[in-house]
Design a protein around this ligand. Sequence first.
Ligand SMILES: Cc1ncc(C[n+]2csc(CCOP(=O)(O)OP(=O)(O)O)c2C)c(N)n1
Ligand SMILES: [Mg+2]
Length: 533
Amino acid sequence: MTSDTTATLLASYLRQAGVTHVFGYPGESVVDFMEATRDHGPATVAAVREASAAFMAEGAAMCTGQLGVCLSTLGPGSTALLNGVASATLDRVPMLAISGQVDSVREQYWTHQLVDHNRLFAPVSKLTARLEPRSADTVIRKALRTATAERPGAVHLTVTTDSFGITVTDSPDGARVPPLTPAAATLDFYGEEPLRRLSNARRPVLLAGGGAVRCGATQALTALAERAGLPVVVGAMAKGVISEDHPYFAGVLDMAGHRVIWDLLARADLIVTAGFDPVELITPWQIATPVLHVDTTPNTDQVYPAATEIVGNVAAALAWIDARWDGEPRWAPGEVAAHRAELRDAWQAGYVPGRLNPSEVVSTVREAAPAGTIATADVGSHKIMTGQAWVSRAPRETLITNGLSAMGFGLPAAIAAGLARPGAPVVCLTGDGGFAMTATELSVAARHGLGLVVIVFSDGSLNRIELHQQSLGYPLTATSVDRTDIPVLAEALGCDGVRVDSVTGLEKALDFQRARPLVIEARIDTSQYAAQF
Ligand SMILES: Cc1ncc(C[n+]2csc(CCOP(=O)(O)OP(=O)(O)O)c2C)c(N)n1
Ligand SMILES: [Mg+2]
């Protein structure tokens, strides 16, 4: 037996799992846990509010591939975590959310600040559990394994105030089992049928998603695309899984210019999914193209029918196909290039010469950003543009939420990326609505000396919703965003701030060599959004 308390045991499991930061907000119920991490980590990062802390944990997990951890106190702290926990589950990101609770003798009858965490978190997590000293070791292992197992998601743990300090009694010496990721390399399918399906197709297309990122399938995916001559469409959350400079890259599904991509998929005679997850869709699946489903998870969603499935590690499955492929390339690089040109014209639609267009903001920032820059997007029209126009060259460098798609994700995720990947340049592309929700978190970035660059797509509106009201012929209601002096706000929070309304102004303002955050308010013209979304 070890002499660990619940708090020290939890801290040591987190260290073993490679967790470097716990994003949270203190309360009396969790001070013993924070004390247990003080000397050896993980470091506690105090966000301005729990809601942002949970998105920070998600962002850290997205860019590192490790478990993200957030921490709150009981009651109002735990309820505030909810969006980020739901987001991790729907975005398939491994997360451990820990909340304190009133001491155990009062837990069953107390009322002040008492919320039943199991009932609160059950619908938005893979598992909710209560951590107690007599079963802590097993429950922690179960929590870590569940969060990271395919499909990954959030696990919520409740710990009563007294439990943190009590010695654990189920802990076998030295049995810290790190969470395993992802899916074992075993494949489960029926003989040569998948290969026959692909060989019989004349115009097959690959559709890669988050499962391909989690399985580290970049090399296998790229090799198969090249050998079999297959265009690769990716989901927004898998950006970079094939470099977007690659001759077989065919665009991002359901982002700007989406009709061009759907046309490509509709005209194909087979879609080979590669870790694609229906959570990466925005529009309904309305095409009849047959699907060969390749994923860590069987096609239980049935958003599209698939007669053939390969279930297992996505990289191993693609390599299996690649090794057996002896056909001619199905598409010539020139054909894919023509498709990309058509796609580019589509997302440029509505361009207004002489104004600052959203697509130009994205491409200008991309030009200035050094190799290896991590980009996060918030949610709204700017995300739809960023999802297509931002050129991603490696997986886990573009952090986009398409699961819960909650506003308020982008800035906290960018701050976490700056902490989790020290030295990596980070840029956050956010709408003015989502920025207003989270702007005070800038002080966290300033406190930690992050040279983060934040681009605010400033249009004075909740554009995505405004466009919907307009399309229905309704007058605009409650969709304007109050104009704030964003540069002044940034400076008040320990950052630099500047306002631009032209490409030249933006180019001049951009600076990735910094010791403190920079906020650029980009006053955009929204005609491009109106023309195509
Ligand atoms: C927390 C949350 N509330 C509401 C929505 C619905 N919603 C989706 S996009 C959007 C508008 C976002 O506005 P802004 O941040 O300014 O981005 P823009 O669309 O203008 O680029 C809203 C309200 C949401 N996704 N998340
Ligand atoms: Mg806006």
